[in-house]
Design a protein around this ligand. Sequence first.
Ligand code: P6P
Length: 334
Amino acid sequence: MNINRNVQTLDEFTIQELRDVPNATGELSHLLRNIGLAAKRVNVEVNKAGLADILGDAGTINVQGEEVKKLDLFANNQFIKVLSHGIACAGVASEELDDFVAFDDSKSVNSKYVCLFDPLDGSANIDVNVSIGTIFGVYRRKTPVGTIVTEEDFLQAGNQQVAAGYVVYGSSTMLVYATRRGVNGFTLDPSVGEWSLSHPDIKCPEAGKIYSVNHGNFFQYSGGVRDYIHACQRKDKTNGGPYTQRYIGSMVSDVHRNLIKGGIFMYPGTTDKPNGKLRLLYECNPFAFIMGVAGGKATNGKERILDIQPTELHQRTPMFIGSKLMMDELETYL
Ligand code: P6P
């Protein structure tokens, strides 16, 4: 495979964006490059996770005498380290941490962004070699620059995001991020250790023929959701059915595939868990932002995900996200 060395790297792309955006300070570009650096380090560990038995399971001491951390915690530490040592982030909230972390050094308190992330979503899939991912969202802080961030800076609606993205550690490792200017995908070129622009200006196909849902919960879904799932399975001229069912059980992989090919991903509420399983702030909001910029839609079944006003860091929400026409059809059933 001859790799085209002329593609833009993430660094070149973010610097080009910086040149194109009037009065941009470069802080957001810097923050995104930091995330790219942490993701490269996580990628190395994820790719050798299968060797964990040789290196020692999480929590044990490996052959080099180092303590082997759980990959989730390793990933969490990598993102916190690069963001706290940068000049663009004043604090973070993470799926791995009960509370947010304020960076109180003089440089960080003068930063204008906060970052919320799930450092390694779907990590239960690691030992069966299924792709997993990192999900992140970036907000402008609400409290004054120069002060230490408070919870108010993190409990913002998704429509306040200035950027959002994900990394999928899969057959190839990709970083996809959106600003209001567009969605762009970068594939890690391991030969030079650079994120290379492989998917410029991603748009989600308006129509799709893939639906993703956990059928194991079928009888716990609402009647409208069950009726829509049946519609996906019916041979129906109007909606081009039957659709193909694809569900990997790793949100980053499922939503990434549907973003590129067209499709709908659903994690509805159930009788046992009316708010579903997925977290609003650092799983659903980032994907809803990305999908919106790419031309798709994301709701909780009643309102746009991006319009939900959060009340707590780890709150859950039902999630329906994907191609515009499929989401419009779903809404007729809800
Ligand atoms: P279920 C992974 O644990 C995760 O948080 C998402 O990545 C994924 O979409 C979902 O849970 C799968 O949940 O209940 O279908 O196994």
